[in-house]
Design a protein. Structure first.
Length: 100
């Protein structure tokens, strides 16, 4: 992911909107929105991760790319790799909200 002021926000908004359009147009298909980056997870700004989580977009950082390559080298089943990728997308129920 890159960050260039409002351009990043605009690109993320367009991506989120496109995912919604695809889900609406193709209700029987599973849409897996992912953004890949050569950055390590530790180098991705917290605000970018929070935005991706909010928009339910998975972030494949350098570690995730390495994992995918290792899985491919081990001849893992495509469904297993897809499960890994889907696991990168935060679902609304993944976060617990506590009220005091």
């Amino acid at each position: 992911m890159y960050k260039e002021g409002s351009r990043y926000k605009w690109e993320a908004l367009k991506f989120s909107r496109r995912v919604k359009e695809l889900r609406d147009l193709l209700p029987t298909f599973s849409i897996t929105p992912l953004v890949c980056t050569p950055l390590s997870q530790a180098m991705i700004p917290k605000s970018d991760n929070e935005k991706a989580d909010k928009e339910q977009i998975g972030v494949v950082a350098a570690e995730g790319i390495q994992t995918i390559l290792e899985m491919a080298g081990q001849n893992k089943e495509p469904d297993e790799i897809l499960d890994f990728l889907n696991g990168l997308i935060k679902k609304p129920d993944d976060t617990l909200f506590w009220r005091t």
